[in-house]
Design a protein around this ligand. Structure first.
Ligand SMILES: [Zn+2]
Ligand SMILES: [Zn+2]
Length: 249
């Protein structure tokens, strides 16, 4: 045993300990200071005889890797853009899958859509479920998938709440209820309405009465929302007018 240190009970010295002691001129290193964070407490761990603590070394390595990845992405940005476009063109259902799940999360509504569900809806015939017109998929953004009960009303992001529609119907229906759109769109025949509702019944495994109730609720929700909005607009108008009168006085 060299000077300056006492061997504790059960303290087994390994080869790396001896190396450390040798490097330190025969003095045992009882505490070690990290060259980066200058931590010296016993909690600061060192591997072998590194000058920097394990925490600092891991952080440095992570920073280096992140920086490397950033540079790599910058170098390959154009390449990636092309790849992403190709991927989206080949797998439109996966784009819908991730986008709809993101939107469901944003609208705080339930989502159990799987990739298989997304593929399933894409594989249905390219015909609008509402107006019955054929969808020309060669035209960009012509194919839309509508949430029958809108997600803004709490409509779920599940296979049974989805229908393939044309761009006109999707834009026109907007965040409205199915019943409302059925009343407004002349091409949305009773036969097609029945087909949409029956498909909801089949896919959800619910009864017709249950689906009808959901659709009625969706319609009442829409009317209540519109009434509420009208009242709010009216109240704000009164406030504005009162302000104007006060200013005039
Ligand atoms: Zn450190
Ligand atoms: Zn349509």
């Amino acid at each position: 045993m060299g000077p300056g240190w006492v061997r504790a009970q059960n303290d087994v010295l390994t080869r790396s300990h001896f190396r450390q002691i040798l490097n330190n001129g025969g003095q045992r290193i009882l505490t070690k200071t990290c060259a980066t964070c200058h931590g010296t407490s016993p909690d600061v761990k060192f591997s072998c005889n590194h000058r920097n603590c394990n925490g600092c070394r891991a952080l440095k390595s992570r920073t280096y890797q992140a920086e490397y990845a950033r540079k790599h992405r910058a170098r390959n940005r154009e390449n990636q853009r092309v790849k992403r476009q190709e991927y989206r063109a080949e797998n439109p259902h996966l784009t819908f899958y991730s986008t709809s799940r993101y939107l469901a999360n944003k609208a705080s509504t339930y989502s159990d859509l799987t990739k298989e569900d997304a593929l399933d809806i894409y594989e249905t015939p390219d015909v609008c479920g509402y107006c019955g017109k054929a969808i020309d998929v060669s035209v960009k953004r012509s194919l839309h998938i509508d949430h029958i009960v809108p997600m803004s009303q709490g409509g779920v992001n599940s296979r049974w709440n989805l229908v393939k529609v044309c761009i006109n119907c999707n834009t026109s229906k907007g965040d409205g209820s199915l019943v409302n759109y059925y009343g407004r769109c002349p091409d949305f025949t009773e036969q097609r309405y029945e087909a949409v509702v029956n498909e909801m019944v089949r896919l959800s495994g619910r009864t017709r009465a249950e689906i009808d109730e959901i659709l009625t609720l969706s319609h009442s929700f829409e009317i209540a929302f519109q009434n509420g909005r009208r009242q709010m607009v009216g109240a704000l108008r009164v406030l504005r007018e009162e302000e104007r009168i006060e200013c005039a006085i």
